[in-house]
Ligand binder design. Sequence first.
Ligand code: CUK
Ligand code: CUA
Length: 654
Amino acid sequence: MQNQSVSHPARFLALAGLFTLAACGGSQAPGTGGADLASLMQARGLSEDDVTAALKTYTPTGKHDEYLIFASGGHGGNLIVIGVPSMRILKYIGVFTPEPWQGYAYGDEATEDVLDGGNRFGKRVEWGDMHHPALSETKGDYDGEFIFVGDKANARLAVVSLKDFMTRQIVTTELIQSDHGAAFVTPNTEYVIETSQYPAPLGGGYAPIEQFNDVYRGAAIFWRFDRAKGLLDRANSFAIELPPYMQDLADSGKLASDGWAFMNCLNSERAYGGVLEGKPALESGASQNDMDYLHCINWRKAEELVKAGRTKTIAGMKVLPLDVAAAEGVLYFVPEPKSPHGVDVTPDGKDIVVGGKLDTHTTVYSIEKIKALTEAKKFIGKDPYGVPILDFKESIRGQCEIGLGPLHTVYDNAGHAYTSVFIESVIAKWSLKDLKVVHKIPMHYNVGHLTAAEGDTVSPDGRFLVGMNKWAIDRFSKVGPLLPQNFQLIDLSAGTEMKLLYDMPIPLGEPHYAQMIKADKIKAIDIYSPVGLNPITHEKSPHATLAKQERIERKDDGVHVYMTAVRSHFTPDIVRVKQGDKVHLHITSVEQAYDATHGFAVGSYNINLSIEPGRHCDVSFVADRAGVFPFYCTEFCSALHLEMAGYLLVEPTK
Ligand code: CUK
Ligand code: CUA
């Protein structure tokens, strides 16, 4: 990132002088002369642009970031919280994968139960492929209360509370076997959308792949969200059966397109591979047609039909059959060019922007035109499943010549769209009004998604954009053949041109998508109160233990240990059991001081808790190994942290 201006002494001397003024309020402190900054720049090989970028991102100690990014952790399965503009990682939230630092699913029953909510076919899944985070919205704007995420590999959906940044719920349905159009919320978070990707028999049964066209299906699930409870409500959720195309990304309509949802698809050819069986590879079979289908779903209409009982039940989910959806004005198709991927509704809700991975355009569909065609029942035909197809030209407002391989689009507050262009490895800024590119910035390398400040809401902020690059190659020090991803922070406030500010390695999985919210919208709690709160139920635990209530009781179902944690001891600190006993630990942190977190680990028993101030944890296990097992606090909580320990004594029975 060096540039020529470094070798121009007069310019950087002037610049350095300016910095001195800014830093010292005009009076020059000893040792901070202009020449020092200039020589620092020279010694580190920094250009004016570099130093400007540093000034725009550097966040001194104690100062907070203006925005927060919630980035998917990809196949790491967990969520990553990052401050902008500093690009400092602030939190790693356990969601689909057990996470020991948060004490997430390493013995703590409340979080074990959350993870078990996503069990499939009776088995726990311990990793996830998180793709798309969706912040909860009110009137199409982030409200900072919840975030939802999808797991592509195991068709799971999770709810994370932004009160304490803990995963509250994971749901799944065996109706579908994978998802990709997840999670996307309707403008008031009435529903969270989860759309399948790879067609399979609905409900999880077997059918020969030769029955692909007849038996394999996709589905778009509308999970009802109960905001008061902070939970998805399965009983009031429904699905819409879809043809066996590979439904891809989704987005929810808003304002002008409120009540609609959009998703694109690949493989309208319905190829299913079979290279060793004399058939074309899936990859080439799925790329025969010039057009696939943008799915336009009138979900309010679907809701009415569900209420009227037009559904069948599969795998415990109400499903609106494909023929009903096609006949009753729920589902329409519009052709979309070459291997479509991203679908992103504009802030005013009037347009839907689609990028085609093998195309050179973004295509801008008009909801007004789509609605007019559906109301006039003007169709060019039907697909093999009876879904009405609208005319491509009559449904679009136009196309923008963008470059090779456009994927995803976000927006600013000045009528611009920003599209990631994968093959060309740039981000293109273009005018929504004229559909003309105004600037391109190179990405290092192969940009996938991108996220802008509130950039997919009804009121984007502009300011910052982050390109989420799949490859890093030469951007960082070598760390072996597996490289981190590269987030590149871009300044949108410097005029027409986008300016690169910062590179940030992400070595925690492949973050497919992220959302960026104004930090002050988040109202996180400092401690759990009252003491003894279960963070998942948000109720005081019946086992909450206060000081002086500590005790060990032998009951029919095993040994119950009512324990407190406070700097710097556990009470009791000796727990005696017999080999084979079922042990129930009920541990309450009676701390109420901000940041006074304790851990609780028992070696060889795979137990680690994080007990934040006021939090209550329950752990049950069978003490099947006799021996002496120290337990101790895993957070350096005080000067006597190492002394915050005790013994689990498991006496042999013979
Ligand atoms: S994505 Cu999931 S394949 Cu472009 Cu939203 Cu990365
Ligand atoms: Cu408590 Cu260390």
